[in-house]
Design a protein around this ligand. Structure first.
Ligand SMILES: [Zn+2]
Length: 225
């Protein structure tokens, strides 16, 4: 497994004690998840589950490292809402150790984070998917293109919507301004549930000439399978 280097922690990182967010045991400065917790996350072992995803239009592959459970909920909450940006490196390190990841390194040319709308980006200050993409790009020595797909309009939260409503909500939400004929792109997101968001991104990428589009997520909820 490739060892991921530590980014220099921001000011927020310095405010946190070096404790694992799930078991609260000490970890090295800049880390947020301990090896005992990270290496005992539940592997999804789904392989390419594009045939099972609720909304897969435009997607050639859907890959998830872990089942979403209480520990991952805690870790992803810390990444998204508590400013623990270094968690992206921790999560991707353990995700890279899972079987789906090894197959993907040679299969893609570029990593593309699922974009946040600029309103959310302004509120949060960063896109967790971009942090995850950078962590993976460093491990795999693949370029990250954060500008390939952008959100065109604000879309309401997906929480509580049916699959059909999610598709309608996502349609027309993204745009890709540059063509990239023949490029194989792997979208990166923290969690894939119905696939609606990744599918909407994949469709605009295909429209711009990308030949193959997959999505890799840290987790997916077992209740969706
Ligand atoms: Zn722990």
């Amino acid at each position: 497994m490739t060892v991921l280097s530590r980014p220099v922690g921001g000011f927020l990182e310095l405010l946190f004690p070096s404790l694992c967010v799930t078991c609260e045991q000490p970890v090295e400065p800049g880390h947020h998840l301990c090896d005992a917790c990270g290496f005992s996350l539940s592997p999804a072992n789904l392989g390419n589950w594009v045939a099972q995803v609720t909304t897969g239009a435009g997607l050639d592959g859907v890959w998830s490292a872990f089942w979403f459970d209480d520990r991952l909920q805690r870790a992803i909450h810390a990444l998204k809402y508590e400013g623990r940006t270094g968690m992206a490196v921790d999560l991707m390190r353990y995700a890279c150790a899972e079987s789906p990841a090894a197959q993907l390194q040679q299969a893609y040319d570029v990593l593309i984070p699922v974009p946040l709308h600029r309103t959310k980006l302004r509120e949060r200050g960063y896109n967790q998917s971009l942090l995850l993409a950078h962590a993976l790009g460093e491990a795999w020595e693949l370029p990250v293109d954060p500008k390939a797909v952008r959100r065109r309009q604000w879309t309401v939260s997906q929480t509580g919507l049916t699959a059909g409503e999610r598709i309608g909500n996502m349609a027309g939400s993204f745009e890709c301004r540059l063509s990239a004929e023949g490029t194989r792109a792997l979208l990166i997101d923290d969690v894939v549930t119905t696939g609606a968001t990744a599918s909407a991104c994949a469709q605009v990428l295909k429209g711009a000439g990308y030949s193959h589009v997959g999505v890799f997520s840290i987790a997916t909820p077992p209740t969706e399978r």
